[in-house]
Design a protein around this ligand. Sequence first.
Ligand code: CDP
Length: 209
Amino acid sequence: MRGGPVIAVDGPAAAGKGTLARKLAEALELPYLDTGLLYRAVGRLALDAGQDPAQPAQKFAQALTPADMQRKDLRTPEVALAASKVAAQPAVRAALVETQRRFAAERGAVLDGRDIGTAIFPDADVKLFITASPATRALRRFLQSGGNTSAADAQAQLGQMEEALRARDEADASRDSAPMCVADDAYVIETDTLDAQAVLAEALRFARE
Ligand code: CDP
């Protein structure tokens, strides 16, 4: 028996999962886990060790500490790509399953990621899949990153970001081990025309159904 509900928030990169999951957790008074940080931390450790993140990385996943997940240097494009490469390895995913399940055991939780509703908690109480077009997501990531540059540079950076997001989504959706996909019983929220408040309202409506 779990001590509270589990809410799965899945979806592609920069769709607004983190923002939504944090607000949902606050509104429902549940603990929140950004599971992407687990994979980012493993990718970071592989890079630090001078290792190609596509090479076996389970030893980093098995030895992961809370401090590794609190590092300030996990939100770079280089680490996102490394995360996606270690995340494609079944042994890395296997090493992180229990950590995620244990997190929700005591009080329930809101977790955001790619496979929460499909692989980690197929029996989650509520499953949300948050998405938006690649152009919208690239723009959000660009604005998050500061976004103060000349118009020509901005255009070039946006194009590169969109390309990187598409490539990572493609890798996340096509890997053999727990690929990113929409659970049959998930509510899909398209966020192109919704701001964070509207996405939260929609998610709460589904959560309370
Ligand atoms: O913030 P963003 O959406 O860009 O990425 P993230 O959620 O921090 O995830 C980084 C990478 O970790 C993803 O591209 C996935 O390859 C991997 N990941 C995963 O495989 N499963 C999860 N539950 C969470 C992240």
